[in-house]
Design a protein around this ligand. Structure first.
Ligand SMILES: *Cc1c(COP(=O)(O)O)cnc(C)c1O
Length: 415
């Protein structure tokens, strides 16, 4: 391959380009739908990433939970490497030898029956909405095109046109209409409002067991059990979006396990791909999933053997319960550390397992400013709305690493 040169004669290679140059080039050539912190990651392992200049950072965001097992977990990399040497893509025009095992593993992990394999989280959400509507027409007998789905205020379920149709975040919506009808929004964590919104047209209730983007909003004890009881009684489906909350993050395999409930449809994504490939799934009850018949829904990449191999390896990691237990143990350390900062730069925090939303005193700085200060301390976090910082380290983080991150947060807050 010959080296490509542009008009100044400089090689168009990414090697030897500084972080500052790469950030400038990205601003010129990549759509500005994100506002990344000024760090250019070139390598990563476990809980650590390294930038182009060789500076090391502790990753306290973990790809919004896509990296629950850290960067390049050896077992996941080995599974991906092995599969790269076998077969990577067949399309579902043919069977592949990895898909059945992946679906069996998910059934075993969740207690549900069948899997619809997709790629991104938004696709899993879209797929579940389609399944719920079809179930409403075919099983529940809702009149054609009248099905409604109840969602919660402050939700985040992805970025497609239909999904932003029922977002209440003006930044996510404005300029993207017209929107998909058929959604009703009720306040989160309000069972009476949910009950009032359900009627004969209702196909499903779609809820995040903990609202991540909203700032790690944890509902009151009894809410999830209440949603389960209510949906059961009303004959509507309970769809739990565990794309961010699931797969060990909160100290249990699923966040709904904190109230010992099982939804009818469970949405998984992010960590299911092991930080290697996009893998998502709708996992559900057989009688509900069975409304899909050949040709009615699909995905070229969904269920591909590479994704299935990595997803199966992710499920294997979760089988022993050690990540869940570690998330509980270190989650207590995280909560203690944050409690110690309340009144010293932190207004309040919410946490479950290794997942926390920290409301910083706006007088000290915006969430963005605090994130930038933490970056200079070698800690990667991300702000969410306003003055809230989200903390979600890899579940492989050590006690010492967690202590140092909490120490750095105290330092930048001037505690
Ligand atoms: C990230 C996320 C999604 C969307 O996943 P993508 O892979 O970005 O499409 C959906 N729901 C929740 C709760 C999420 O956190």
């Amino acid at each position: 391959m010959t080296a490509t040169t542009h008009t100044t004669g400089a090689p168009l290679s990414t090697a030897l380009r500084s972080s500052a140059e790469l950030i400038r080039a990205e601003a010129e050539t990549v759509a500005h739908n994100y506002h990344p912190l000024p760090v250019v990651v070139a390598r990563a392992e476990g809980t650590w990433v390294e930038d182009v200049e060789g500076r090391r950072y502790l990753d306290m965001l973990a790809g919004y939970s896509a990296l629950n097992f850290g960067h390049r977990h050896p077992a996941l990399i080995a599974a991906a490497r092995h599969q790269l040497d076998q077969v990577t893509l067949t399309s579902r025009a043919f069977h592949n030898d990895r898909l059945a095992g992946f679906a069996e593993a998910l059934a075993d992990l969740t207690g549900l029956d069948m899997t619809l394999p997709m790629n991104t989280g938004a696709e899993a959400v879209e797929s579940a909405l389609k399944i719920a509507r079809k179930w409403a027409y075919e099983v529940k007998g809702v009149a054609p095109d009248q099905a409604t789905i109840v969602v919660a205020a402050g939700n985040f379920h992805g970025r497609t046109t239909t999904i932003v149709s029922f977002s209440d975040d003006p930044v996510a919506r404005t300029g993207f209409g017209p929107f998909t009808p058929g959604f009703r929004t009720v306040p989160y964590d309000d069972l009476a409002a949910l009950e009032a919104a359900i009627d004969d047209t209702t196909a499903a209730v779609l809820i995040e067991p903990i609202q991540g983007e909203a700032g790690v909003r944890i509902p009151a004890d009894g809410y999830l059990a209440g949603v389960r009881e209510l949906t059961h009684r009303a004959g509507v489906l309970f769809i739990a979006d565990e794309i961010q909350s699931g797969l060990g993050r909160t100290g249990t395999t699923l966040a709904v396990a904190h109230e010992d409930v099982l939804p009818d449809l469970l949405l998984l994504g992010k960590a299911l791909g092991g930080g290697i490939v996009p893998v998502s799934a709708v996992v559900g009850r057989r009688d509900v999933m069975s409304v899909l018949r050949p040709g009615e829904h699909g995905s070229t990449f969904g269920g591909n053997p590479l994704a299935a191999a990595v997803g199966s390896a992710v499920v294997d990691l979760l089988r022993t319960g050690e990540f869940q237990e570690h998330a509980r143990t270190l989650g207590a350390v995280l909560a203690d550390g944050l409690a110690g900062l309340v009144g010293r730069g932190v207004l309040r925090y919410r946490s479950r397992g290794l997942w926390a939303g920290v409301d910083v005193d706006p007088a000290i700085g915006t969430g963005r400013e605090i994130s930038e200060r933490l970056l200079t301390e070698g800690i990667l976090v991300k702000d969410t709305h306003g003055s809230t910082i989200r903390i979600a380290p890899p579940l492989t983080i050590t006690r010492e690493e967690l202590d140092s991150a909490i120490g750095a947060l105290g330092k930048v807050l001037g505690a």
